[in-house]
Design a protein around this ligand. Structure first.
Ligand SMILES: *Cc1c(COP(=O)(O)O)cnc(C)c1O
Length: 404
């Protein structure tokens, strides 16, 4: 009998041919500015560990202390085996830090988007989403089985307004047929993870309010980076104006977890109805303890955030001087646009040979033909580290004739 799954195995071979296959390296050291792969020391140019929290000694100490007190695990889903005191402390600290009424911790940013979106919209609601939103937003909308789904061109506010007008008409028809007022939800990444540009949030919020829609923003790459580390709401001085903010502990906070912030009543509703919360175990002790310490550090000082931005500006200007196209970034996310998938793959392999670890980003993470190497500077890189990386990019760029 032939194996019904065989077509999938064949797909692997085809992906390898097209340069779309992703091999994953194994690290033998912490996620620092440098790390070790196969005994070889490499410059780390691809983590989301913006502030170095993944290996920060203060976070490590806080985690060790909490683990000794609480053990390692939450035991079960929180509604069954209880909230750890640590969960509550971390939620309170995060809410205060982000300038929101309440915060809700979940086992990942991906899950946080599913809870934030699929718990409050369903078949008879309307969602309007930026075309470059993160996969977890796209999947959350799919899971919600929303029938009326609009995608607007990236950051195109005229098109967003058009879709809002359409949505209002559909909402009125739905209201007349069912008597229920449907929700119109506008959802956007705050910082777009593959390009590093920032959503025009003040305009989005204004338009949403004008048409009676609610707004969700995903601040995964804003926390620890924008608004002196407090995120995109602070960056735009929009605290309290976003209905829902989704965040992650897995980028600048250096661990694993997701968070939703918003009005007390809404968070209360999520706690009662969010299926991935009701059916998935609570955040581990280490993650909760780490974020609590991370918030403490960032509340006291923005030195690390400033160092991150200094590094980002330096890196971007050096790349530009060399002639690389860094796309439309406005944040530390520094894409080096290459286009062809195989070129990106070869570029990355050559960097690796020169001691720089920077993975190619290609389809399905970005559109076909828009492959790139996304360089991620962190606060823990020294200028010497950056210069080492920049020199490698210059040599490889020349070898491969990236700019003519
Ligand atoms: C990384 C990311 C997520 C997922 O967060 P995890 O905590 O890693 O699951 C969600 N949204 C955006 C925009 C992201 O960049």
């Amino acid at each position: 009998m032939t194996d019904p799954l065989k077509p999938y195995y064949n797909t692997i071979a085809q992906m390898k041919e097209k340069g779309l296959y992703t091999p994953v390296r194994v690290l033998e050291s912490p996620q620092g500015p440098w790390f070790t792969v196969d005994g070889k020391k490499l410059l780390n140019f691809c983590s989301n560990n913006y502030l170095g929290f993944a290996q920060d000694k203060r976070l490590v100490a806080a985690v060790v202390k909490s683990v000794k007190k609480y053990g390692v695990g939450a035991g079960a889903v929180r509604p069954i085996s209880g909230n750890l005191k640590l969960h509550m402390e971390a939620e309170k600290a995060l809410a205060k830090f982000k300038g929101a009424e309440a915060a809700f911790l979940l086992p990942g940013g991906f899950i946080a988007n599913i809870v934030a979106i699929a718990t409050i919209v369903g078949k008879e609601d309307i969602v309007i989403s930026d075309e470059l939103n993160h996969a977890s937003i796209i999947d959350a909308i799919k899971l919600a089985q929303v029938k009326n789904k609009f995608i607007y061109k990236h950051k195109d506010m005229a098109e967003l307004e058009m879709k809002l007008k359409e949505a209002v008409k559909i909402a009125e028809t739905l209201r007349q047929s069912s008597g229920r007022v449907p929700i119109i939800l506008v959802v956007s990444d705050g910082v777009f993870s593959m390009d590093g540009d920032i959503a025009p949030l003040p305009q989005i919020v204004k338009l949403a309010k004008q048409y009676g829609a609610i707004t969700i923003v995903d601040d995964a790459h804003g926390e620890g980076v924008l608004g002196e580390g407090r995120g995109i709401a602070h960056h735009f001085k929009l605290q309290g104006q976003l209905d829902i903010e989704v965040g992650t502990l897995s980028k600048a906070f250096g661990v694993l977890g997701g968070v939703i912030t918003g009005k007390k009543e809404l968070i209360e509703y999520y706690r009662q109805k969010g299926r991935p919360y009701l059916f998935s175990t609570g955040l581990s002790v280490a993650d909760a303890a780490a974020v609590l310490e991370g918030v403490k550090i960032l509340s006291r000082s923005s030195t690390l955030v400033k160092k991150l931005w200094d590094n980002a500006h330096y890196l971007r200007s050096e790349f530009k001087k060399l002639g690389f196209d860094t796309g439309r970034t406005e944040t530390p996310i520094t894409p080096v646009m290459l286009g062809d998938e195989n070129l990106a793959k070869t570029f990355s392999a050559k960097l690796f040979a020169r001691g720089v670890f920077a993975t190619p980003i290609k389809f399905p993470m970005v559109a076909m033909g828009k492959a790139r190497i996304r360089v991620m500077p962190t606060a823990t890189h020294s200028k010497k580290d950056l210069d080492f990386g920049i020199a490698a990019f210059a040599k490889v760029g020349k070898e491969l004739g990236v700019w003519q």
